[in-house]
Design a protein around this ligand. Structure first.
Ligand SMILES: Cc1cc2nc3c(=O)[nH]c(=O)nc-3n(C[C@H](O)[C@H](O)[C@H](O)COP(=O)(O)OP(=O)(O)OC[C@H]3O[C@@H](n4cnc5c(N)ncnc54)[C@H](O)[C@@H]3O)c2cc1C
Length: 290
């Protein structure tokens, strides 16, 4: 059961930020509530005031602006999964959102909330890191922007400043000769993943000019794999190259052992996911693996 807590549903981001400033660490933002409510019910967190941002108008946009796909802070996972705009401009994001939790979680949970929450097993942080999304917030010092590749600092920690609210996430449009894909292993339907991999590649013909490989769920936050990326970059695509790179992703990882599996199990799963993600990303980029 929840303890008594005050509730406010401001009509603007500025009013929400002001309330956070007034109550300091005793206030918390709620968007989808899919992570916050379980924490409050289990008394893992305790606040005097809940600042509900769901009544704020015009924050549920999904729009393409130049080379960027912009997603507002009240866009739900289901909206991302079902959006033709997202499917056309960043297929990886749509496929990731479609596999989050269950129907209720997808209908209420928000992309921006998941990025703010930075659950080590969360899917959106991995994709935001791999695509180097631009994360925009409003706070006491006005608007701030953060790079997705450096935003996540491990277990539920981010670069987000005190009393800041993420207002939107902007993702560079992915189109050939760039391709991106996301793969995850979940122990049962609707459960958080045990291991995930996001792959982004850019090609010049059959040569890889740029690669980003990020693992998720096995370490405290999204984890880039620079050695595996270097192994791929500048090389001509072959089946052997893709397999070796995927193996490097697994071998180069440092998984946490827990009830979901041993270090070795997670490394092996990660290799398989990396290979699948790479093959799909290369295909989407328009490449052929010999
Ligand atoms: C049964 C279950 C299964 C799930 N499975 C998965 C899964 O497979 N993969 C996955 O990625 N996630 C999963 N989730 C989590 C889900 O994706 C949540 O939606 C997400 O973690 C948080 O988004 P939210 O909008 O619900 O945030 P909330 O629960 O409202 O808030 C979470 C935290 O983020 C902060 N916050 C929220 N919005 C903002 C904002 N705009 N700016 C600043 N801070 C903000 C809150 O203050 C709070 O600290 C699951 C949840 C449940 C209950």
């Amino acid at each position: 059961m929840l303890r008594n807590v005050k509730y406010s549903n401001p009509e603007t981001i500025a009013d929400a930020v002001a309330l956070l400033g007034e109550y300091g660490e005793d206030a918390v933002v709620i968007s989808g509530g899919q992570s916050l409510m379980p924490m409050l019910r289990q008394r893992l967190a305790d606040y005097e005031l809940i600042v509900d941002i769901n009544e704020i108008e015009d924050q549920d946009f999904v729009t393409v602006d130049g080379d960027d796909l912009r997603i507002g802070c009240l866009v739900r996972h289901a909206d991302v999964a079902n959006s033709d705009t997202v499917a056309e401009h960043c297929e990886m994001l749509a496929e990731m959102a479609a596999e989050i939790g269950d129907t209720q979680v997808r209908n209420r949970g928000t992309l921006c909330g998941a990025i703010a929450h930075a659950d080590p097993a969360g899917d959106p942080p991995v994709v935001a890191a791999a695509l180097d999304a631009e994360i925009t917030s409003q706070g006491p010092d006005g608007e701030q922007t953060y790079d997705g590749s450096t935003f996540f600092h491990g277990f539920y920690e981010t670069a987000l400043g005190k009393n800041e609210i993420i207002t939107e996430v902007s993702i560079p449009v992915v189109e050939s000769p760039r391709g991106a894909a996301y793969q995850k292993y979940e122990p049962s339907a609707g459960a958080y993943p045990t291991a995930t991999v996001a792959a982004v590649v850019e090609l010049d013909g059959d040569v890889v000019t740029d690669a980003t490989l990020v693992t998720g769920a096995i370490e405290p936050g999204p984890t880039p794999m620079p050695d595996a990326e270097s192994h791929l970059e500048g090389e001509t695509l072959t089946e052997a190259l893709v397999t070796e790179t995927a193996e490097q992703v697994g071998d180069g990882s440092d998984p946490m052992e827990d009830s979901d599996g041993s270090v070795e199990f997670k490394r092996e799963i990660t290799k398989t996911l990396a290979k699948r993600a790479l093959v799909t990303a290369i295909d989407r980029a328009g490449g052929n693996i010999e």
